[in-house]
Design a protein around this ligand. Structure first.
Ligand code: NA7
Length: 534
């Protein structure tokens, strides 16, 4: 006999920053909520991405929750940019502090979420056959959760271990004495290459596209700087939330076109010293004006040529696309790594990997032999984790089908035909273009307020209208189209996954977005239908 269906108010899928805060928030509303998590521990993308060097590219004092003053004051970040283990420790601390563990169910992969129109409930089933019936279904499934493993001929024939940075073994890996390949030079590759190079006997990097990467300038945080931020945390957070990126990038209000050549170079040097993603604040027209972008790109190429001793290697590493079109990477000793005797670089931009054999990787007629291969090939971003679940709304409408030509949402929060189903940091919301934690909090609080509104007005469901959704999708595209963000093959566009529709998925502009959400709520959830019965 099958087990009875468990009755809940809210099912939350995923226990990353989004799922954890959503659970805490639902609890505070007195709702009976449960988090279902595929991993054996919390943390979402930070649980799985435990490769050597995994580190956040936004400052820890900004990449953290702000909903609880005591948490914000008491937690002590050790470094300017938190490494993966410290972020996991932080999430563990939050779970313990708010006593959330009892309602997080690990090793539980959600297979389907199907809307029962007769009863107005979501029926959520796990791959182990456990069933839940819930009024609200909240997808906190993350934007970078499904590893993109390239379908290269012969991959399964390799005799040694094969790793993906986004599915790193819990117990870690020792590369001492081994000949190791890294395929992929995005953020993950760039973070892990210097550390693997220190351990392995030989490291060979296969690069398809050189990424723009700048020094992270990570270091220990001093007590005085931490104290100073904490003393003014509200103002600091408010500054972040007033910006497009939802974190304080110390933006220069001026466009490069308003500055002299000397001033431009000075600003570039200043940003180079600030490091990491502070580059996005360099010039107000950085992502709009190709001329400004070219100046910055050339500045960074100049730095690459200075750091890499072999000019041929420097040429291969010098990035040539639009600066910031793919997310800028933040590294520690990346370019210097290519000056080591045990590191070599293979340019596969015009000659791709032909096959993987039992001994290694073949490009054209050269076989490179390895003991281990690391794929740092990124994710099926933003929609991957949602499309892996069989999600069906009204009239059996499948989300996968509805999104076949690209995701369609209203505000990245809901999609028409799926009442009471929310996506936290879904496609069409600022999400990956921002400090994720801040965007997550804004989404959770919007969902909280919507649930309270339904309750106070004796309503049972909320659902985006097709008209509002169409207008929002157009707006997201229009905003992206007014920038240089469409001009490269980024994962923002789904261009990294063969066959994925090329649609710009995130929304640029956190501050404007948050204001829009506030207005929508104030207008009684404009663009949504609210009803007493489904
Ligand atoms: P990214 O940024 O998507 O980078 C993936 C890298 O893997 C990139 O260099 C790709 O080259 C390369 N790649 C992907 N498929 C292949 C194949 N088939 N052959 C060779 N090389 C390939 O993922 P990351 O994990 O590094 O970073 C994702 C985000 O996590 C990052 O933006 C931060 O927000 C944190 P390509 O550029 O497509 O030519």
């Amino acid at each position: 006999m099958s087990a009875p269906i468990q009755q809940l108010d809210v099912v939350i899928v995923g226990s990353g920053f989004a799922g954890v805060y959503m659970l805490h928030t639902a609890r505070k509303l007195g709702l009976n909520a449960r988090v279902l998590e595929a991993g054996s521990g919390p943390g979402g993308t930070w649980f799985w991405n435990r490769y050597p060097g995994a580190r956040c590219d936004i400052e820890s004092m900004q990449y953290s929750y702000q909903f609880d003053r005591d948490l914000q004051q008491e937690w002590q970040w050790s470094e300017r940019y938190a490494a993966q283990p410290e972020i996991l420790a932080y999430i563990d601390n939050v779970i313990e502090r708010f006593d959330l563990a009892n309602d997080i169910q690990f090793n539980t992969r959600v297979a389907s979420a199907i809307f029962d129109e007769v009863n107005g409930r979501w029926i959520v089933e796990t791959s182990a056959g456990e069933k839940f019936s819930s009024k609200f279904c909240i997808m906190a499934t993350g934007c970078l959760s499904v590893a993109n493993m390239p379908d290269i001929k012969g991959r399964e024939t390799f005799s040694g271990p094969v790793y993906h940075t986004g599915q790193w073994p819990q117990e870690g890996v020792d590369f001492s004495g081994l000949k190791v390949a890294v395929v992929g030079t995005g953020s993950s590759g760039i973070q892990t290459i210097p550390l693997v190079a220190e351990q392995a006997a030989q490291l060979t990097v296969f690069q398809r596209t050189p990424a723009f990467t700048v020094p992270a300038r990570n270091r220990a945080l001093t007590q005085s700087e931490t104290d100073e931020i904490k003393a003014n945390y509200d103002a600091y957070r408010a500054r972040g939330k007033s910006q497009d990126l939802a974190w304080d990038s110390a933006p220069n209000e001026k466009a490069a076109s308003e500055l002299s050549d000397k001033e431009i170079v000075a600003e570039c040097e200043h940003r180079w010293e600030m490091g990491a993603l502070f580059w996005y604040g360099a010039f107000s027209d950085l992502l709009i004006d190709q001329k400004t972008n070219d100046i910055v790109a050339e500045f960074v190429r100049g730095k690459v040529r200075k750091m890499v001793t072999d000019p041929k290697v420097a040429d291969i590493l010098a990035p040539h696309s639009v600066f910031g079109c793919k997310r800028v990477c933040a590294d520690t000793n990346y370019y210097a790594t290519y000056n080591r005797d045990n590191v070599s670089l293979i340019d596969i931009s015009s000659t791709p990997i032909d096959e993987i054999t039992s001994d290694g990787i073949r490009v054209d007629d050269t076989l490179y032999e390895f003991d281990a291969i690391i794929f740092a090939t990124g994710f099926d971003a933003m929609t991957g984790s949602l499309n892996k679940i069989d999600i069906r709304g009204r009239n059996g409408l499948e989300l996968k089908d509805k999104w076949a030509a690209g995701p369609r949402t209203y505000l990245g929060l809901q999609t028409a035909g799926f009442p009471n189903l929310f996506t936290i940091s879904g496609p069409g919301s600022p999400s990956v273009l921002t400090c994720m934690v801040t965007s997550i909090e804004q989404h959770v609080e919007f969902i909280r307020d919507a649930i309270v509104y339904l309750r106070e007005h004796d309503l049972k469901y909320i659902e985006a209208t097709v008209e509002a959704e169409d207008a929002w999708v157009d707006h997201v595209n229009e905003v992206a189209g007014s920038t240089l963000l469409n001009n490269c093959n980024s994962w923002y566009l789904g261009a990294n996954v063969p066959g994925k529709p090329r649609v710009f998925m995130p929304y640029l502009g956190f501050a404007a977005y948050a204001t829009k959400c506030e207005e929508v709520a104030q207008e009684g959830y404009e663009g949504f239908v609210l009803g007493a019965a489904v």
